[in-house]
Design a protein around this ligand. Structure first.
Ligand code: ZN
Ligand code: ZN
Length: 340
C-alpha cells in the first residue's frame, strides 16, 4: 500500500510500504476513507520526537472495514467506522475507569495517512456509522477521531460548569474544539487566547465570548482584568509547552483545575503555586472512545460542527504540502482525501 512516511525532520513522503497485518484475533484492518494531519504530528515532523526513518505516521482517520480477526463481533467487513486514535478493549479496569487511552490492551492508529490501517481491539475501539457517511458530515466525523474529544476532555478535566468563566490556551484545532466544548457545556464566558484573525473568527463561531490576543505577561494581565483579579474558573491548556502551562497556572483562580491535553514538551509544574492556591491539574491523553458515542450524537443532531477546523483539503499524495501548511500556520488543520 501507499502511506505517509517520515524520514528525517521536515522530510515527509507518500510512499510504498508493506500492508499492515493482523497480529491478534481482536484486530481489524480498515481502508482509510478520510484522513487528516494532527497538531501532534508536527512534533514528529519537526524532529522533536525521535524519528525512525521510514516510519508511517498519521493517527486520525475514518475507514471502511476490510478484514476482521476471528474474535471480532461488533463490526464486519463493509462497515464504515470512526477510528479513535487510541485503541481500547473498552472492558478492562482502566477503560471502566474512563481512561480508555490507557487501556492495557490498547494500541494506536499508525498509518492513518495511508491506504490501510490496523486497529487493535476492533470491538472496543471502533464506532460504527449508519452506512456510508454523508460527505457533508465527513469533516465533523473526522474531528471525532481526536481533536474534538481531546478538546472535550480538557473541558471535562477542568470541571467546566454552566455559568463559569473558561479560558482556553491554544488556538490550534484542539484549543478551538475546547472552546466549542466549553460553550456546549454552558460556560457563560469563554475566552480564547489567540492572535490570529482566522482562528479568532472560528473561536467566535464556536462560542467564544472574548478574545485575548496578547501573550505572556500581557495575556495574563488581560485575563486578570477581565475577571476582576479573580482568575478563570477553569483553564484549558491545549498546547503543551512550558510557557502555556505557566500561563495556565497564572490565570487559574484559587481552587480551580487546569485541564491539560497538549502533549507536554519541556513542561515544569509550579508546584509551590499549586499548593498555595489549591490549583489542581487534571487531564492527559484523551480517552476518545469514552466520549465518542455522546459526541457522535451531537454531530448527527447538528448541534456541533467541529469539522469547521479544517480549512484546507489536499489529496493524500500531497501530504508534504499539508504538513508544511500546518507547520507554517497557514492552515489550522488539513484534511487528506484518498487517491487512486
Ligand atoms: Zn491527533
Ligand atoms: Zn481497556
Amino acid at each position: 500500500m501507499r502511506a505517509t512516511t517520515l524520514h528525517a525532520p521536515f522530510d515527509i513522503r507518500y510512499t510504498e510500504v508493506p500492508d499492515p497485518e493482523m497480529t491478534a484475533p481482536t484486530d481489524a484492518i480498515v481502508k482509510v476513507t478520510a484522513a487528516c494531519v494532527c497538531g501532534s504530528d508536527l512534533w514528529n515532523y519537526r524532529g522533536e520526537n525521535q524519528i525512525n526513518p521510514g516510519m508511517t505516521i498519521g493517527h486520525e482517520c475514518l475507514g471502511e472495514v476490510v478484514a476482521v480477526g476471528a474474535a471480532v463481533k461488533n463490526v464486519a467487513i463493509g462497515d464504515h467506522v470512526v477510528v479513535p486514535f487510541c485503541h481500547c478493549d473498552n472492558t478492562c479496569p482502566d477503560c471502566q475507569a474512563g481512561v480508555q487511552s490507557a487501556c492495557r490492551h490498547g494500541g494506536f492508529t499508525l498509518s492513518g495517512q495511508g491506504e490501510l490501517s490496523r486497529v487493535a481491539q476492533a470491538d472496543g475501539s471502533l464506532v460504527k456509522l449508519d452506512g456510508v457517511p454523508d460527505p457533508a458530515l465527513v469533516p465533523s466525523l473526522l474531528a471525532l477521531t481526536d481533536v474534538m474529544p481531546t478538546g472535550w476532555h480538557a473541558a471535562v478535566s477542568a470541571g467546566v460548569r454552566p455559568g463559569s468563566t473558561v479560558v482556553v490556551i491554544g488556538d490550534g484545532a484542539v484549543g478551538l474544539c475546547g472552546v466549542l466544548a466549553a460553550s456546549v457545556m454552558g460556560a457563560e464566558r469563554v475566552v480564547a487566547m489567540s492572535r490570529h484573525e482566522s482562528r479568532q473568527r472560528l473561536a467566535t463561531a464556536f462560542g467564544a465570548t472574548h478574545i485575548i490576543a496578547e501573550r505572556g505577561e500581557d495575556g495574563i494581565a488581560a485575563v486578570q482584568e477581565l475577571t476582576a483579579g479573580i482568575g478563570a474558573d477553569a483553564v484549558l491548556e491545549c498546547v503543551g509547552t512550558g510557557q502555556s502551562m505557566e500561563t495556565a497556572f497564572q490565570i487559574a483562580r484559587a481552587g480551580s483545575t487546569v485541564g491539560f491535553v497538549g502533549a507536554p514538551h519541556g513542561v515544569e509544574l509550579p508546584v509551590r503555586r499549586m499548593f498555595v492556591k489549591n490549583i489542581g491539574l487534571a487531564g492527559g491523553m484523551a480517552p476518545v472512545r469514552r466520549y465518542l458515542p455522546e459526541l457522535l450524537d451531537l454531530v448527527l443532531e447538528g448541534r456541533i460542527d467541529p469539522g469547521k477546523v479544517f480549512d484546507l483539503t489536499l489529496p493524500m499524495d500531497q501530504v508534504a504540502d499539508a504538513y508544511a501548511a500546518m507547520d507554517e500556520r497557514r492552515a489550522i488543520k488539513v484534511a487528506l482525501t484518498p487517491v487512486g
